[in-house]
Design a protein around this ligand. Structure first.
Ligand SMILES: [Zn+2]
Length: 249
């Protein structure tokens, strides 16, 4: 690390157990952020400013005015631009050392597989169940750690899967058959800080996975109630009928 990096990351370098080794590990880590909405915005921002090595940003959408309350990485004059291009532009201003690759399309099929193979950690920041199911199956099959989050109304949830260590339970054991409508905040509404909070937690889990510091639990669902400002936790169990798990047998 050079002088300016030592200065820039000095508050992280002070952390016992993190130190220079943790920072170096972070600088060599590639995180795939799928979805640059409210979750992906916040997760990508914190990973970039913390000194992650590479971010692959994937999203096929353009910025809309109604995104701005939650998607705080974007400026008002970026409405109409591709989310990934705008995000890459903003991240370059915050920390030009971060390598950013953009994929300005919905990540499916082979491009999903290729992107996951390049990544050390995958963050599912999408809001469609079909996308979540495909991401889960690909991460499970390629044995990549997956950090999944969602937020709707006043509620949020976070769950990590250490597929590089353990294979079950998986995301589909939890949600075998949700429809896309059930996950969308377009109709149900969302409180901005709730989605931001979950994005921050995704960045935190990714930093712990990258540095080897702290604890990331496999298959433990954390539920946040923004009305009460409280968390509760439940451990998932494997669904013996889970189609995704059966494919991997
Ligand atoms: Zn499963």
């Amino acid at each position: 690390m050079n002088e300016s990096e030592l200065d820039r990351y000095s508050r992280q370098l002070l952390l016992p157990n993190f130190d220079v080794e943790g920072q170096m590990a972070l600088s060599q880590t590639c995180v795939l952020v799928i979805g640059l909405g409210g979750l992906g915005n916040i997760a990508a921002t914190y990973l970039a400013t913390s000194g992650i090595g590479t971010l692959i940003l994937a999203d096929g959408d353009q910025i809309e005015c109604s995104n701005l309350p939650r998607q705080v990485l974007y400026d008002e004059d970026q409405v109409g631009r591709n989310k990934v291009d705008a995000a890459a532009h903003q991240i370059a201003k915050k920390n030009p050392a971060v390598k950013v690759q953009v994929i300005a399309e919905k990540l499916v099929g082979e491009s999903l597989t290729e992107s996951i193979l390049k990544a050390d950690v995958v963050l599912d920041c999408t809001d469609k169940f079909t996308a979540r199911q495909a991401i889960n199956r690909a991460c499970l099959s390629l044995k990549k750690p997956l950090v999944s989050a969602a937020a709707i109304r006043w509620e949020g949830q976070l769950i990590s899967f250490l597929y590089h260590q353990e294979l079950t339970p998986c995301y589909e054991c939890l949600y075998p058959s949700l429809s896309d409508q059930q996950l969308s905040c377009n109709e149900s509404g969302i409180v901005s800080p709730v989605v931001g909070l979950l994005g921050v937690f995704q960045a935190l889990e990714a930093i712990k996975l990258a540095s080897g510091c702290g604890k990331v639990k496999h298959g433990v669902l954390k539920l946040f109630d923004g009305f009460e400002s409280s968390w509760r936790e439940m451990r998932l169990t494997k669904d013996p009928e889970c189609k995704a798990c059966l494919v991997e047998k």
